[in-house]
Design a protein around this ligand. Structure first.
Ligand code: SAM
Length: 472
């Protein structure tokens, strides 16, 4: 979308305007125009006419919120969650699921044209998630103070990282998580009220307080659960009693961990393990494969959807049993292991050492002897492959974090010169950026497959198959 710049925008802050919403932008806001001036309308859906209040103006766009829907979209539904609009997680809960998928497909085509200048020759219809509700196998919640000063467990209020919205139940998580949150809220609030100074919720501005994050994992295949509580540095002498009580109440729980996070950023990261009971890992199955997942290792958050994602990667890889495959950003080795029986050899590279240990265990667990996993930064490991495992690869599979690949790693990967490169991404914007570099380096995008792993949220996964142009 080309935004025009206005010295005097045609609308003012707090003005009420009547507009037609014509598209849905990434992030879930409606897009409308007043005299070619772009407006992002919170709560507006494509094909709707709405009255919207302007909340902010910039030279090239304005922000607004819907005050009244004059003509509703035929795809508008009543959001089935009382926290819709407050929580910020399920931004698309007011749109029916079929229309959500159509919008995501459209956004991928547009982002490619807009950011990469690339028309995708074949954009396949999006693969919907097999489950629309309760599909998340991992949740990270924050602790904070409620308005009444009690302990809240939930998500940061959108636009205000200092406050936490208490979430009694979430439609995207397994029902077991709702029960776990309920149990822990009562127990930890009892501690807080018995000793408010020692057991205060963490305040991210003052960097003071104790309770920080709750991390929960669930296996779709086995029903097993893992729970970790992250706190600021401090004492918690009664944690063994609480953990025993917790395991008695939730026998499906395979591990209860207490860890310390002293960092100032709001990432649920464990710097130091202070207490653990149980085994600290669970097993998940995707197709024929069984994977061990530790509390903090990366694993796709929608297990049923991940299987469909990996099936598409498998198809795009065109494996015949003779190929050497590089699984770059391999996490716990899940993609490489999924297709290892169709390849001659799989080499995985991953930054997080614990994930690499899981990957090695997972290869063994699945009886595979053709997989090697290397730990380290992509940009440091790629130049050493020639000395360790050989530098020639027939297939490169890349699945980087949301920020995409750094320039150096992408250059090194292009230098490998694999005839086929499969790029898996959860962020179409960085995928499009990296696609432009790949195209300039002689890789031709052949087809793209969006897969919806995140129903009701604006996120989407997309895979692109690139073929190296033959030297003429
Ligand atoms: C989107 S996940 C993909 C994991 C795996 N392919 C899967 O499907 O489960 C991205 C992975 O890249 C790893 N990672 C992030 N930055 C990295 C880097 N600079 N070098 C190597 N690995 C990195 C993360 O730890 C994470 O496991």
């Amino acid at each position: 979308m080309n935004e025009k710049t206005f010295v005097n925008p045609p609308v003012r802050k707090n003005e009420l305007v009547e507009v037609d919403v014509t598209a849905l932008a990434f992030g879930g806001r409606g897009v409308a125009r007043v005299e070619n001036y772009v407006m992002f309308v919170e709560g507006g859906l494509p094909s709707e006419r709405v009255k919207a209040r302007i909340t902010r103006t910039k030279p090239n766009y304005a922000e607004a919120v819907v005050e009244e829907i004059l003509t509703p979209s035929p795809h508008r539904v009543i959001p089935p969650c009382p926290l819709f609009g407050k929580c910020g997680g399920c931004k698309l809960l007011h749109l029916d699921y079929v229309a959500q998928c159509q919008q995501k497909e459209k956004q991928i085509a547009e982002v490619f044209m807009h950011l990469a200048g690339v028309t995708l020759p074949e954009l396949r219809p999006i693969v919907p998630s097999p489950e629309q509700w309760g599909y998340r196998n991992k949740m990270e919640m924050a602790f904070g103070a409620s308005c009444e000063g009690k302990l809240a467990v939930g998500f940061h209020t959108p636009g205000d990282f200092r406050t936490v919205l208490d979430v009694p139940s979430c439609l995207l998580q397994p029902t077991a998580f709702d029960e776990i949150v309920k149990f822990l809220r009562v127990k930890l609030e009892a501690l807080r009220s018995s000793s408010p100074e020692q057991y205060a919720p963490y305040n991210p501005v003052a960097h003071r307080g104790f309770w920080r994050h709750l991390v929960m994992r669930h296996s779709r295949a086995t029903g097993e659960v893992l729970v970790a509580i992250l706190t600021n540095d401090g004492d918690w002498p009664t944690v063994p009693q609480l953990a025993q009580e917790f395991l008695a109440r939730f026998p499906q729980c395979q591990g209860f961990t207490w860890g310390i996070n002293r960092g100032v950023s709001d990432v649920a990261r464990m710097e130091e393990k202070r207490f653990e009971i149980g085994r600290g890992w669970i097993e998940e199955r995707l197709g024929e494969r069984t994977y061990r997942i530790s509390t903090f290792s990366f694993f796709q958050t929608n297990s049923c959807g991940a299987r469909l994602l990996y099936d598409a990667v498998k198809e795009f890889s065109e494996l015949t049993g003779k190929e050497r495959v590089l699984d770059a950003y391999c996490g716990t080795g899940s993609i490489g292991i999924y297709l290892a029986d169709l390849a001659k050899e799989v080499v995985g590279v991953e930054l997080v050492r614990e994930a690499v240990w899981d990957a090695r265990y997972n290869a063994q667990r699945n009886g595979l002897t053709n997989c090697t996993f290397l730990a380290g930064e992509m940009r440091d490991v790629l130049p050493t492959l020639g000395h360790t495992v050989g530098a020639r690869f027939d297939r490169v599979i890349v699945d980087p974090p949301r920020g995409g690949m750094d320039k150096r790693s992408l250059k090194l990967l292009i230098g490998i010169g694999a005839p086929l490169l499969i790029y898996v991404s959860c962020n179409p914007a960085t995928l499009a950026r990296d696609a432009a570099t790949l195209v300039a380096a002689g890789y031709i995008p052949e087809c793209a497959q969006p897969v919806d792993l995140f129903p009701h949220t604006p996120h989407v996964e997309c895979i692109i198959k690139f073929r190296k142009r033959c030297p003429s």
